[in-house]
Design a protein around this ligand. Sequence first.
Ligand SMILES: NC(=O)c1ccc[n+]([C@@H]2O[C@H](COP(=O)([O-])OP(=O)(O)OC[C@H]3O[C@@H](n4cnc5c(N)ncnc54)[C@H](OP(=O)(O)O)[C@@H]3O)[C@@H](O)[C@H]2O)c1
Length: 312
Amino acid sequence: MEYRTLGRTGLRASVMGIGAGGPSRLGQRDNIRSESESIDLVLQALDAGVNFIDTAEGYRTEEIVGAAVARRDRDRIIISTKKSLGRENISREVLRAGLRESLSRLGADYIDIYHLHGLRLEQYDYYSQEIVPELQDLKQQGLIRCIGVTEHWNGDLEHKMLQRALKDDVWDVIMVGFNLLNQSARETVLRTAREKDIGVLIMFALRRALSGPDKLRATVRTLIERGEVNPDEIDSEDPLGFLPAEGSAVSIPDTAYRFCQAEAGAHVILSGTGNPGHLAANLASFARPPLPREDIQRLKHIFRDVTSVTGQ
Ligand SMILES: NC(=O)c1ccc[n+]([C@@H]2O[C@H](COP(=O)([O-])OP(=O)(O)OC[C@H]3O[C@@H](n4cnc5c(N)ncnc54)[C@H](OP(=O)(O)O)[C@@H]3O)[C@@H](O)[C@H]2O)c1
């Protein structure tokens, strides 16, 4: 497993991070897995060298993460969790209560990265004036180590909130949507984050569109119809078929993860699953070298104009 310094936080994080939310929530969505099976999934990742876990109050997986962490060395694990925001602005008291409850569910004395979850541009000014000082206070008290913010990508395709956030100097870590289909964050977010040495977590590396061939074909067809992908540059029946044929990638998820892994300024790529076989495959992908340069260039070229889909 490769480890990277998470920007200004100085934390050394595994490039693969376990995402305890997303479409699978460690198998808890639709109760596909029992709690103990989900705990075992987290342990499987930790024992393979992953030291970064992302959860959130809203995922209802903090207790599972806490139970897994309790069986290993907590101080070697980076725990990232988030305060849900919703449409109504929350008060400082609600933030503090949320943190206390997250600490309790995680069985932790401190949280490494505490985020505002899915902040929207129109909420930004309130949160930066009212809530960020409170987060800074919690940091002073040692209850959180780093302050983070995550975007609501499906409702903010242009990454406007994060572009606004990057003008301020208060965020240690950001979480941004990025994948091989929609690489728009490269210019709008990642470049500035690198200049400012902010830790960057990548979400949506697979999401749904890159988890299997049918969904990928449907997404590519949509992109061709919208004029965002040139049909002469891609086989719409087998959009990434050219890669395994040249021996560089073993599957669509493998391509998707290794594409993100090679992206300048991306530190941790989040990967969520409720399936131990998928987890083993994803661990293997992150252990492989980055995709060959020419493949990355080709993928950058094919999807260069895409801005309308997230892979949802
Ligand atoms: N605004 C936010 O703060 C926000 C929003 C979204 C996500 N996140 C974070 O980012 C993490 C990642 O979420 P994501 O939305 O990017 O989803 P993701 O982790 O890319 O997962 C997408 C889906 O891919 C499937 N999958 C995983 N590995 C696979 C494989 N090898 N082969 C086939 N299918 C595979 C999983 O289903 P199976 O269970 O069937 O494997 C999963 O449901 C989340 O867990 C969460 O921590 C944060």
